[in-house]
Design a protein around this ligand. Structure first.
Ligand SMILES: NC(=O)c1ccc[n+]([C@@H]2O[C@H](COP(=O)([O-])OP(=O)(O)OC[C@H]3O[C@@H](n4cnc5c(N)ncnc54)[C@H](O)[C@@H]3O)[C@@H](O)[C@H]2O)c1
Length: 383
């Protein structure tokens, strides 16, 4: 089966491209490498040294005999996109190719506009390309659990059945996103839903939790295949940051009270979820939504887990609660359903088992590359 991975040079995309290639899919990558450019602009770098996309693909071919085609270009350029898709003739498109940082989108007007244009136009172009020439292709699109916000009721998988004034309907679950980035994902979800309804396209929106971990079966095969580990104030996630802080003896910086609770999953589960979604496509005309996470943790829980694991490794780990640069609830109800992917066969990895191998050991190994200036948040949500 032919699959295109858009954003295949990024964190989730690279691991997914290798995993699918290893499983016998014919994989092509589309990426404009803009993420590497944004890192340069911010003066930030992944802790792990990543090779160029060409070197990565070459090493994969040398190691396994499997080739991955590469198309370098921007999916907001429709001409480029349609030509690349015609060269691949995909049966499934996995779309990771977006600006994915909430703080990046909150830097200023330019970054908010860049994020929304890049994400919304890119996805719209894919929908139009599918409508024009690939109407049977299955779009597997990465959304985020952050689209829902933190409502005071259980979060369903995309839809909720509501009774109102004696009538009943099943409707898209209400969204209360927390940044212009998260808003771009909500706009995408609406556009994809509409395209499925009016053009009969098929799509799966994967509302993914925060992904952690460096290792998958494939990226662990060779140093040249290593994945990124972002810890900076813009692209780093709290868990990555805590692990690197523990490794370099810097107190773990918990934003605010630390009761902010989110869904999380191991990168090995991300790649497996992609495989499951592709192997079980949505029906024509169907916009399917799965919540893609395996465990819920508060930021305070994560800091304590890293502290305990760090102390076991002989590290001196303190926790500091610092002013929260974001506007968000710091103590709240949070419960979200995630049964769809489990019922299709996902067997989760758990953070308690992988914290050391997939994160802290990497943080330790590459700690000399850490730039302390990049750790603290510089972007504020407030005026
Ligand atoms: N990493 C997470 O924890 C996480 C959590 C939830 C959802 N997601 C979603 O998963 C997707 C991938 O996230 P990631 O962490 O791998 O991000 P990433 O920044 O590592 O990778 C994104 C890739 O897309 C490419 N890209 C961006 N805009 C493009 C464009 N216009 N044309 C072509 N390529 C483009 C970038 O160059 C980069 O290689 C995103 O859509 C993100 O919203 C990620």
């Amino acid at each position: 089966m032919k699959v295109v991975v858009i954003g295949g040079d990024g964190y989730c995309g690279w691991a997914t491209a290798l995993h699918l290639s290893n499983r016998g899919y014919e994989v092509s990558i589309i990426d404009n490498l803009v993420r590497r450019y944004w890192d340069v602009q911010l003066g930030a770098e992944t802790l792990t040294p990543i090779a160029s996309i060409q070197q990565r693909i070459q090493r994969w071919r040398d190691l396994t005999g499997k080739s991955i085609d590469l198309f370098i270009g921007d999916i907001t350029d429709y001409d480029f996109l349609i030509k690349a898709l015609h060269k691949c003739e995909p049966e499934a498109i996995v779309h990771f190719g977006e600006q994915r940082s909430a703080p990046f989108s909150m830097i200023d007007r330019e970054h908010a506009v860049l994020t929304q244009v890049n994400n919304v136009v890119g996805t719209l172009n894919i929908l139009y390309a599918m409508r024009q020439d690939f109407p049977d292709c299955h779009l597997v699109k990465l959304g985020t659990m952050g689209e829902y916000g933190t409502p005071n009721i259980d979060i369903e998988e995309g839809y909720i059945t509501i009774e109102h004034n004696g009538r009943k309907d099943t409707l898209p679950y209400p969204k209360q996103p927390g940044s212009f980035y998260h808003l771009s994902k909500v706009h995408d979800s609406h556009n994809i839903h509409f395209a499925c309804r009016v053009w009969g396209l098929r799509a799966t929106d994967l509302n993914q939790g925060v992904v952690y971990g460096v290792l998958t079966e494939e990226t662990g095969m060779d140093e040249m295949l290593i994945n990124r580990l972002d810890y900076d104030g813009v692209f780093g996630t709290a868990l990555n940051r805590f692990c690197i802080q523990a490794a370099i003896g810097y107190p773990l910086t918990v934003y605010g009270k630390g009761g902010q609770t989110r869904g999380f999953l191991d990168i090995r589960d991300t790649v497996r979820c992609m495989e499951i979604a592709i192997a079980n496509p949505a029906d024509p005309g169907k916009f399917r939504v799965f919540n893609q996470f395996t465990e819920l943790f508060s930021i305070g829980d994560l800091a304590e887990m890293v502290q305990k694991a760090g102390i076991k490794m002989g590290l001196d780990v303190a926790i500091n609660n610092i002013d929260n640069p974001r506007v968000e609830l710091e103590q709240h109800y949070f419960y979200a359903k995630n049964t769809s992917l489990l019922s299709l066969g996902l067997e989760p990895h758990y953070l308690s088992d992988s914290l050391l191998d997939s994160l802290l050991n990497f943080a330790q190994k590459y700690k000399d590359r850490a730039d302390k200036e990049q750790i603290l948040p510089k972007v504020s949500w407030r005026r």
